[in-house]
Design a protein around this ligand. Structure first.
Ligand code: FAD
Length: 402
């Protein structure tokens, strides 16, 4: 049984329970992390120019390769083709792809906000319909909450849903939707107009992106994450089946916020992974670069930067994996059902937010100091530091601004 609940770190009287650390990973799990890291190094990194230029088919092809390795089924239930890995393990797999942040984001969405809504809130029929495709990579999902007029204030969304016979008719625009350009289905939040089955209001819908009335905006031109797809999802009298309500009518906020708990946790962990890669790149450079007749890595001020980054990484990693282990233990104590996993995420909402802030602020600081260690070359696109910094910036904004 898990004796640890969310916020326990604030209570000095609380028994610590078994605190998870990365040293708890076993050899089989380490092999999975190595697979993810090698895939990133050997398949993703060499295609960087094509990924950044959004050459058609490249990202999709890499995602299919990732699926073939089992990297898109990390958290899905085994009965639907998933691996149902413990949360710290699936987190570490994603973290291991931190070298290329656009690809990592694409993979993270597929393993999180782009598939988990069905896994955690779907009916048995919806799970059977969608989850095997998400697990195999045949289907990709995206999460459509933000609108042009509502970001932080997500419940102020203006997209509407009206029941017309056996179909819902949706109208509205969803903004900044990650993976929209490669997705088959979106989890769209809209307000049900009038009472349907005695309920109305904010509701989540499963929307096939090829449904009549659904279209996409152009790819956004972004400061960073150039390889990741970010588009509007536009609903103009979009028609979907009546059965595509996810969860209950009027309870969309429960889905939105709990899925974001998982999303924030994973964002923290993936940012941690990229911070490690940015530091590694700076270390390699500092060991090779010579000024005043010696390697710059031997200067005290450079060593201070490296030491500070390493200490910050250690602190964020400890907090993130401790939280992941505690969330997983609580889900296990509840029988590891969808409801138990949800309850655990809700219980640890505070730690999920802390993970998000700790990881994303860490990444920003480390990417900045890494670039500084490259000197003027850090400002050139042909060296890796510029891209780490550009890509890092968004982590402090999305999934809820820090
Ligand atoms: C590349 C990218 C990918 C994204 N992917 C997705 C996705 O897949 N799905 C999705 O639904 N959304 C996505 N988003 C949207 C993202 O989550 C929002 O941009 C974010 O939540 C902030 O909303 P906003 O941009 O409307 O800013 P606003 O909410 O308008 O905030 C503007 C500023 O005001 C501050 N602010 C707002 N409210 C308060 C307050 N109460 N007190 C103090 N300050 C406040 C904010 O912190 C911020 O600094 C993505 C965004 C980007 C840029």
């Amino acid at each position: 049984m898990s004796d640890t609940h969310g916020g326990a770190f604030l209570d000095p009287a609380q028994a610590p329970g078994a605190i998870f650390t990365p040293e708890d990973f076993d050899a089989e799990q380490q092999a999975l992390f190595d697979t993810a890291r090698r895939f990133c190094d050997e398949q993703v990194w060499p295609r960087l120019a094509d990924i950044e230029a959004k050459v058609p088919g490249v990202l999709e092809g890499l995602m299919q390769q990732a699926s073939d390795l089992g990297l898109t089924m990390l958290d899905l239930p085994e009965e639907y083709g998933g691996l149902d890995l413990p949360l710290p393990v699936s987190m570490r797999v994603l973290e291991s792809t931190g070298r290329e942040q656009s690809f990592m984001l694409t993979l993270m969405v597929q393993n999180g906000i782009g598939s988990l809504p069905v896994a955690l809130f779907g009916s048995d029929e919806q799970k059977a319909q969608w989850l095997p495709g998400f697990a195999s990579g045949e289907l990709r999902g995206c999460y459509c909450l933000t609108e042009p007029g509502s970001g932080s204030d997500a419940l102020a969304a203006r997209t509407t849903a009206v029941l017309d016979g056996e179909q819902w008719v949706l109208n509205g625009t969803k903004q900044f939707i990650t993976n929209a350009g490669i997705a088959d289905v979106g989890f769209v939040f809209a307000k049900v107009q009038g009472e349907v089955d005695g309920a109305s209001g904010f509701t989540c819908f499963i929307v096939p992106l090829d449904a009549p009335g659904v279209s996409l905006g152009a790819e956004e031109h972004k400061l960073g994450m150039h390889g990741s797809s970010t588009r509007q999802v536009i609903l103009q009298d979009a028609r979907i089946a009546r059965g595509n309500v996810l969860g209950q009518i009027g309870r969309g906020h429960v889905i939105a916020f709990n899925i974001l708990n998982n999303g924030r946790y994973k964002l923290g962990g993936t940012a941690l992974g990229s911070a490690k890669c940015a530091l590694d790149a700076a270390l390699d450079y500092a060991a090779a670069r010579r000024q005043f007749g010696q390697r710059i890595v031997d200067f005290g001020m450079i060593r201070r930067k490296i030491g500070q980054a390493a200490a910050d990484i250690y602190a964020a990693e400890s907090a993130i994996y401790r939280a992941g282990g505690a969330i997983d233990a609580l889900a296990n104590a509840g029988g590891r059902t969808a409801d138990a996993k949800l309850a655990a995420l809700q219980d640890f909402a505070l730690e999920c937010s802390i993970a998000k802030i700790a990881g994303s602020e860490l990444l920003w600081r480390v990417a900045d100091e890494a670039l500084q260690m490259f000197g003027g070359y850090g400002f050139l696109e042909e060296y890796p530091a510029a891209k780490y910094l550009r890509d890092a910036r968004i982590a402090r904004i999305y999934e809820g601004t820090n």
